[in-house]
Design a protein around this ligand. Structure first.
Ligand code: ZN
Ligand code: ZN
Length: 338
């Protein structure tokens, strides 16, 4: 097996749904930033529910967040080719968050992958994988770059052309980190209707970067302020998997557009939640409210619950914009009113 440790390199910019292409109005449209829920259950196997896994698509970039048992089958169900994955983020080493990873890595090998794969997760994950591949005499045909995540301090993990990814230290029974995905600011939008047709393309590029175009004598030919408007706002997603209620998270989550926060229990089990390092729906909502999040998605419900209406009721009493993580659904992350 070839497994390398170190910082993940910035990815190649990849075009996406109209990314960078002028729309009919002559403006620049923006790529998609969407979350697909592959699994939203917790540790005990439950028919019809699957352990945690999520797919974040940013333009054509596919990022997997946690990889519970059977995740590769969830990807097939969603008609997502696993070969499209380039980044995988694992929150912690409880099995319901990573037991799907070794088979997924093996499948990528079987399918002849040669492209780099970047894996972020707690120290120890590398040992698990190395042992599994060693005892099965497997050799990966693709470079797997592992970056251990500091469970104590938030740190910048990835600087990608579309976004940055930071770790969010959580409070769980073992080392556990969430992840904050923040889009980079979008370029300015050109107001093409105000510009003559014959403006050279390099000028247009400079205007979109906010530069004025000057003539040889230093006179302003085209002022960026006159021919551009602000681009679409950058969006953000925070993933907080298993954790106790912890207000230390709030500064890092401030103003996030979509917050996923676990809600393993209802409020009548608040005591138990604290004992086993999990949260209640009301606690998740309190974090969302205090952080000024745009929306909250809750999941990781204990298998003791058969229905989830009460989770919504309890959470919405504190934070009305709360939704259940629904397996198989895709949500386009927007700049919702905060
Ligand atoms: Zn869990
Ligand atoms: Zn856990």
């Amino acid at each position: 097996m070839s497994m390398r440790e170190g910082s993940a390199a910035a990815g190649t910019p990849i075009s996406s749904v109209n990314h960078g292409q002028p729309d009919p109005a002559g403006r620049t449209s923006v790529h998609s930033f969407a979350l697909t829920i592959l699994g939203a259950g917790s540790a005990t196997p439950t028919l019809g529910r699957h352990p945690t896994a999520q797919l974040l698509t940013v333009g054509n970039e596919y990022m997997l967040i946690d990889c519970g048992e059977g995740t590769q089958f969830r990807l097939i169900e969603q008609k997502i080719r696993p070969s499209r994955l380039r980044y995988i983020f694992i929150s912690h080493l409880h099995g319901d968050h990573y037991f799907g990873l070794p088979p997924l890595l093996s499948t990528l090998n079987l399918s002849g992958r040669t492209e780099d794969l970047y894996l972020f997760g707690p120290r120890g994950l590398d040992e698990v994988l190395t042992t599994m591949f060693r005892v099965s005499d497997s050799r990966l045909g693709y470079p797997l770059h592992f970056q251990p995540v500091d469970p104590i301090q938030p740190s910048m993990l990835l600087d990608h052309p579309h976004l940055t990814v930071e770790s969010i230290p959580l409070e769980h029974r073992i080392d556990c980190t969430g992840y904050l995905f923040q889009e980079k600011p979008h370029k300015l939008r050109l107001l093409r209707e105000r510009l003559p047709d014959d403006v050279p393309v390099p000028y247009l590029k400079k205007l979109k970067e906010g530069f004025d175009i000057l003539d040889e004598t230093g006179q302003v030919l085209y002022a960026a302020a006159e021919f551009t408007e602000a681009g679409p706002p950058a969006r953000s997603y925070a993933y907080c998997s298993d954790t106790r209620y912890n207000e230390l998270l709030i500064p890092q989550l401030q103003g996030v557009d979509l917050l996923y926060h676990e809600a393993t229990f209802l409020e009548d089990n608040a005591q138990r939640a604290t004992e086993v390092f999990h949260s209640t729906a009301q606690q998740a909502a309190t974090i969302a409210a205090k952080a000024g999040a745009g929306r909250l998605m809750i999941g990781h419900f204990s298998s003791r619950y058969k229905r989830f209406d009460s989770f919504l009721l309890e959470a919405r009493a504190v934070f009305p914009e709360t939704y259940l993580a629904a397996e198989g659904e895709t949500l386009e992350i927007n700049k919702w009113a905060h």
